[in-house]
Design a protein around this ligand. Structure first.
Ligand code: AMP
Length: 369
């Protein structure tokens, strides 16, 4: 992922794919033109890389020249195409091939046709590396198209966003969701995840999703999901993956505009971690960090028994159920430490101390991301 000015972009078309497309175009055009010596006209600024790479692949003699037009402001195509440098040579009787980096609305193409109307060229052909069929609003024929792309803003290989990005050898697409901060708050039951999440969500303007809380809400309201989950929760066991994953996905979808999420109590298994990656990837996002609250077992049991006196939670009231929850954590969930550590995203934090001190420790990790 890259950032240009205020926007994030993700890799979209590789240098190799571009090279292959230009190679195909060069052969196709050379075959079509036979013995003609064409004049290739590059449309500056964007097409400078296309022209340079294309003509090196063109297998026969050719001439090369440029015109300079401008039609973009930021990342919106404007109706108003300015001609900055026009044609500087006589093209009457010549076969002209326009080389464009991208054709989207077709406004620039309309200006090109205006420029060539009185030039008496023998033929005027249009070749473009990229073409956005969904955006194209004109009727001019496009003779040669390299790669069709969806109607989303791209940068790289000559294309810019407010001046930046032209030098990139590959093409990037604007991210659907701009930057999100997604945290997994990790640790055994009783580590203080819920308590800390309540402070962090305010401080960083994130949406807190506690799968345990969502289950309890469903149990209280006697929904089918609650009924199903209750049988597992009451024994201190994990609710089956698919049930939990579907519920989590629905919670994320409910908050489509979030700046990011604090996942508390999720993921708890490898399958859940994989599904979370898939979900966030579909939003052009990712988990930034797993922050684990480290607390030793006997302290956890003591804390949970204490909480059980007021929480009303059946799974906090009984020491053997509490120990089973801790056991479930070590047998099924603790392995996720490696999952995130392997991606350089695991951060352990001492979870013993005052609530304020622990918030400070967690904030230090987040501020450093
Ligand atoms: P918690 O409030 O996070 O301690 O969760 C309470 C109980 O809800 C757990 O002991 C599980 O039975 C169930 N639960 C919560 N999150 C998950 C999850 N990600 N996967 C499976 N079960 C879960």
């Amino acid at each position: 992922m890259i950032k240009l000015h205020d926007k994030y972009f993700k890799p979209f078309i590789s240098a190799k794919q571009i090279d292959d497309a230009l190679q195909r175009l060069a052969i196709e055009i050379a075959d079509d033109l036979g013995d003609e010596t064409p004049v290739f006209v590059g449309v500056l600024n964007g097409a400078f890389m296309v022209v340079s790479d294309f003509v090196k692949k063109y297998p026969k003699p050719c001439e090369v020249t440029f015109i300079k037009l401008a039609s973009y402001e930021g990342f919106k195509s404007t109706e108003d195409v300015q001609r900055l440098i026009g044609l500087t040579q006589d093209l009457s009787g010549r076969t002209v091939v326009i080389l464009e980096d991208i054709i989207d609305t077709g406004n620039t193409l309309a200006e090109i046709h205006r420029i060539f109307k009185n030039e008496n060229a023998k033929a005027l052909k249009i070749a473009t590396l990229f073409y956005k069929p969904e955006a194209y609003k004109k009727d001019f024929k496009l003779h040669y198209v390299g790669i069709e792309i969806p109607n989303k803003f791209i940068v790289g290989f000559g294309l810019d966003y407010n001046g930046l990005g032209r030098n990139l050898p590959e093409v990037y697409q604007i991210k659907e969701t701009q930057h999100m901060t997604n945290l997994v708050l990790f640790g055994p039951p009783g580590a203080g995840k819920g308590t800390q999440a309540n402070f962090l969500k305010e401080k960083y303007n994130l949406v807190h999703i506690s799968t345990g809380d969502v289950f309890r809400f469903n149990i209280k309201n006697k929904t089918p999901l609650g009924m199903l989950a209750k049988s597992f929760i009451d024994k201190g066991e994990l609710v089956p993956d698919q049930v939990t994953i579907d519920m989590l996905n629905a919670e994320v979808e409910k908050n489509a505009d979030a700046n990011g999420f604090i996942f508390d109590g999720f993921p708890r298994t490898n399958a859940q971690a994989d599904s979370l990656d898939t979900l966030l990837t579909s939003k052009d996002s990712q988990i930034n960090a797993m922050i684990a609250l480290e607390v030793e077992d006997e302290t956890l049991v003591k804390r949970l028994l204490e909480r059980g006196k007021t929480s009303g939670r059946a799974d906090d009231a009984d020491e053997s159920i509490i120990r089973n929850r801790v056991k479930e954590y070590y047998s099924k969930t603790a392995i996720l430490k490696d999952y995130y550590a392997n991606q350089g995203k695991y951060f352990g934090v001492d979870g013993v101390g005052s609530i304020e001190d622990i918030t400070v420790r967690l904030s230090a990790v987040i501020d450093n991301l």
